[in-house]
Design a protein around this ligand. Sequence first.
Ligand code: ZN
Length: 451
Amino acid sequence: MKLPEIHSFFDVILFPFRLVFNLDIRWKAALGLGLVLILAGIQLSIFPKDSRMGADKVAMASNGWLRTGMVDDNLDSMRVHRGDSLRLLGRQGHLLWAETTDGKYRGFVCDSLVENSAEDIRVPIRRKLSGYFISQKKFESLMSDSATTFGELENSYIHAEYIKRHDKKFVGEFGLMVEDSLGNIKRPVITFSADSTVNDYILHRFRSNSVLLGHPVIDIVSPVISTREFQKFSPFDNNILQWLWIIFPGFLPIYIMILLLWARRPLYFVPNTLIDLVLGALVVLGPLAWGVMMVKMGFSSVGVFLITGSSVLVGAFLLWLDYSSIRCPRCKHLRHHEFKQMTSGKPFVRHGYTEKVTRRETLEHKVETTIHKPTARDTMSHKYERHFGKEKVYYDIYEYWDTIKVNTTHFECPKCGHGKQESAEEILNHRQEYVRSYSREEKFDYTEKKY
Ligand SMILES: [Zn+2]
């Protein structure tokens, strides 16, 4: 592969793009797959382990409120007094996620209410957008399962964001993003019996969304689109990673398909026309599906539509460059036909006559004007001029002799030698001689639109 040349500062900026652009399609696919796997790894935080909830006890410095519920009729708070102790679980901006020392109430307090509210409180950072996506079907079966307990929900899914007592029972509001059958996101408020088993639950409308992923898709992609509370890293923490994370995962099916074509055997018996059709469909459907997941995560649908739309256009263009000859029709290797040689036929002479107009003389010229009045459909008026008449046209006749060579470029599959050719004519020499002149009368008739 030839490295892109650098002549100016602009070339330096374009260097990485040109480098990727020049890569063979299989390396582009491998690079894309690698990038998506790394970003998914960051999102799933498979490298460092998530840190646990903190457990620092602090005393309140002044009287205030512990908010213990967020949605609809679970909107609630509890009075806390100066000197009361709270166990700190995490920090979220200027709020502290905390619970009472008996664990009966959990929610958020303003950090200014807490002693040592300055930076010396060492609690893990809780992600504001944390939430676990789950289909309503899976959620309902969890709720009806008698083995489901408060502790199990916290361990396997996500912690209760808010907890409060209610008689002998207790109520937990979880950061579960339950997708209903219309695509809306709902948030559950679950009532537990004293033995921590599920007693009852209510789903509150949290975010309206007309795009439905549905069961089981949402449960399958959930780990990738959910944000865990104490997730160490996220592609959204960094501007560049964020853009890569928004654009590239949509092309994952394309990368996999091209790598399968490279491996040759898995798709050997699939005809090339079908491969081309499937690639064409995936270059649109993949980013579209990823766009839907982005909207589900809470991104603006207009922004996602614009970014996804542009990336589909660029992706389709890059694919189109390789489209017609993505695979050798005979041996099915994912390689371009490579330039083999150029051959030329014997030069031959093409002989003939040609004529050129030298002058026109108007003999008769009439003009007819028509004006179209405004109508309901077209509120403008229009003027047309028809010019017609007779003119005398003078011609020069030439005799010509062109020496022509036909060049044929031969391309060949580097694996099996399957060939294809492209031919083009080259004019080596053009010679013409004046023969004679003549003139004749001709009619003309044309219409001009004036406005
Ligand atoms: Zn071949």
